[in-house]
Design a protein around this ligand. Sequence first.
Ligand SMILES: NC(=O)c1ccc[n+]([C@@H]2O[C@H](COP(=O)([O-])OP(=O)(O)OC[C@H]3O[C@@H](n4cnc5c(N)ncnc54)[C@H](OP(=O)(O)O)[C@@H]3O)[C@@H](O)[C@H]2O)c1
Length: 251
Amino acid sequence: MMNPFSLEGKIILVTGSSSGIGRGIAIECSKMGATIILTGRNRERLEETLAMLEGSGHSYIIADISKQEKIDSLVNGISVLDGCVLCAGIPQVCPVKHFKRKDIEDIFSVNTFAPIMIVSSLLKKKKIQRGASVVLIESVSGVFVGTKGDVSYNASKAALNGFLKGAALELAGQGIRINAINPGLVPTNILNLSNELFAETHHTDLMLNSYPLKRYGKPEDIAYGAIYLLSDASNWVTGTNLVIDGGYLLN
Ligand SMILES: NC(=O)c1ccc[n+]([C@@H]2O[C@H](COP(=O)([O-])OP(=O)(O)OC[C@H]3O[C@@H](n4cnc5c(N)ncnc54)[C@H](OP(=O)(O)O)[C@@H]3O)[C@@H](O)[C@H]2O)c1
């Protein structure tokens, strides 16, 4: 019997796949039969992910997607895609009154401009098939709730969500779907990258109490949602937000 959740025969690009959630998505998608193109900046960690993938034909491309010329060469270097997960992202912790324009440009350049420009470039260069699916990894923060101390991160994800809504309408005409996943807390390297304020806010028992299912997320929890959105099982789903948060938003 045909499995509607299968990714067999699909070529899928996963940004941010050298670590954390992106790595988990790449691994689980490979188990569902996809051929994965990994990308990130760190060669060693990309090679580690590559070794974790099931099946053959996978590859990686090193690219710093905060730079437009690297986005251009990434898109030039790939084959035509059936799916794309835009997962690369960075945190930023800074109170509003200390914002510097450069900080906002830096976080938007990775979390917002890069996914938007990758989608644009894929379309322009005809590197994405009719019937393809794009998945944006956003957050519950900024889109459904506000969080203190990382307001620029909230803003970067909210802007990406605005792109999602308009792009879903535009791309529908070309038979391409685009959806977002909004994860709650998944302990990954991104939390180590944040400063102590961020870590303290998120790693207390109090914070765990905000998760009705009584645990933080795992990369696989997010990956299973990505598989659904990339697969033909979600053929009639576009422009939507899939919250995967252990019930966090219920509080
Ligand atoms: N963890 C959470 O609790 C959580 C919750 C909600 C949403 N998210 C979102 O989930 C996504 C993945 O986060 P994560 O938790 O898996 O963090 P992570 O482990 O730190 O992974 C971040 C990934 O982004 C890549 N990246 C960062 N800057 C880049 C750049 N300039 N060019 C290319 N790649 C770049 C990193 O690759 P290199 O290191 O190789 O450059 C890495 O693979 C992010 O968009 C994040 O906002 C995370």
